[in-house]
Ligand binder design. Structure first.
Ligand SMILES: [Ca+2]
Length: 232
């Protein structure tokens, strides 16, 4: 846990929506009742410990049902840190739509209800887990970002105790109206820019090349017109 906390503190300030097991309590390990967690716009950190203590004969499965609020989307799930006594070992995490957790835990996971899954291991700090979970998706594969809604995630290790910290990155979905306004503004700016460039280019041409009057298309006629204007 100390490694995870240090890594998290080094790169980020704690947010109101963060879930830290050392502060808020151990996540549920009961499939029928995962721990609910409401995400907010921005970075939401989940800091926990899970796994198996063979000597004590205990196992800690972490099941969290997180909600992406309406009008928002989940852009990524970044692994901040992962600590395993065996640096070559890896742990399992699975993602499911909705709650409760419909699958089992431990060695009994069937996988039919999963959106997808991935392993996590020590060298993966900083990696976005969503595309990796998508690589092991059940059909039809889900799209990234994930839309608003409730999802449940399981973190487990069947060999040892692990510490992990994950960041859920949430952003507001642009309003269709604002998208249309942005497109209109972009078109207006582009049109104005083209007109300005055309006029600037036009002003650099010789006067006789700019005139539509045939009488004005020789040096002599220009000189005559300027001479007449000077006399006035
Ligand atoms: Ca736990």
């Amino acid at each position: 846990m100390a490694v995870a906390l240090l890594a998290w503190a080094a790169g980020n300030a704690a947010g109101a929506s963060d879930y830290d097991e050392s502060i808020l309590g151990d996540l549920s390990g009961i499939p029928a009742a995962p721990t609910p967690w409401s995400l907010e716009a921005g970075a939401n950190a989940l800091i926990g410990s899970a796994g198996t203590n063979a000597a004590a004969g205990t196992a800690d499965f972490d099941l969290v049902s997180f909600e992406v609020p309406a009008g928002h989307r989940l852009d990524s799930i970044t692994l901040i840190s992962y600590a395993n006594p065996d640096i070559f070992a890896m742990s399992f995490t699975g993602l499911q739509a909705g709650t409760p957790w419909l699958d089992s835990v431990g060695f009994d996971i069937a996988g039919y209800w999963l959106m997808g899954w991935t392993h996590i291991q020590t060298p993966m700090a900083g990696v976005d887990l969503l595309p990796l979970i998508q690589q092991h998706a059940n059909d039809p594969a889900f799209a990234i970002p994930l839309p608003a809604g409730v999802y449940t995630m399981l973190f487990e290790d069947v060999d040892t105790i692990i510490n992990y910290a994950v960041r859920y990155n949430v952003s507001a979905v642009p309003e269709p109206g604002s998208m249309g306004l942005l497109a209109t503004l972009t078109t207006v700016v582009a049109t104005f820019g083209r007109r300005q460039r055309r006029e600037r280019s036009h002003s650099l041409l010789p006067r006789y090349a700019r005139s539509a009057d045939p009488a004005c298309c020789t040096h002599r006629s220009i000189a005559a017109a300027e001479s007449s204007r000077n006399r006035r």
